[in-house]
Design a protein around this ligand. Structure first.
Ligand code: SF4
Ligand code: SF4
Length: 159
């Protein structure tokens, strides 16, 4: 299926496979991190990423979409209910919330849902809260396509 990042297309096409999907334990998505998240939004199953996204180049079918992937190169969507903590948690936390969220909102931005609240809610609805027991190891950020060296520029007035 092409353009897995377009939820409307995915929902329409998967509707034809409803019977098979009902019997499936989970779904394997051969696509980038955005596509995996889009599929996870339209199916009530665990969606496994078949790839570690390192590039978001090429033709995109994402319309309309709020899913984001930072092409970190070590996809963790398997364990986070198809919601990316790298892209959506303000602190890129991999092993649960920071403890600062209130009423489901992020402490860094009160207008934004806490990514880990969303992840926990999603895992609960899938009956997969036990995924939280798994410790995700520290990432190798050198594989991330979004890795950029911070450059600090000093002006004379700062010295
Ligand atoms: S940033 Fe990493 S964990 Fe998040 S969707 Fe992309 S590849 Fe997966
Ligand atoms: S409140 Fe939630 S989204 Fe915000 S930094 Fe903490 S864990 Fe991440």
């Amino acid at each position: 299926m092409d353009f897995l990042c377009n939820k409307i297309l995915v929902a329409t096409r998967l509707a034809r496979e409803a019977e098979g999907l009902k019997k499936a334990d989970s779904v394997l998505a051969l696509t980038c991190g955005i596509g995996v998240q889009a599929v996870a939004k339209v199916v009530d199953k665990v969606v496994h990423p078949a790839a570690n996204t390192v590039s978001l180049g090429g033709l995109h079918g994402l319309w309309p979409a709020e899913e984001l992937c930072q092409a970190c190169g070590e996809c963790v969507l398997d364990y986070t209910g198809g919601i990316c903590p790298i892209a959506f948690c303000a602190k890129h936390l991999l092993n649960g919330p920071c403890g600062g969220s209130q009423d489901g909102k992020c402490e860094v931005d009160k207008d934004t849902d806490c990514a880990w609240q969303l992840i926990c809610d999603r895992l609960k609805s899938l009956g997969k809260l036990d995924s939280l027991a798994r410790i995700i190891e520290a990432k190798n950020w050198q594989q991330s396509a979004s890795l950029e060296q911070r450059k600090i520029k000093f002006t004379k007035a700062m010295l």
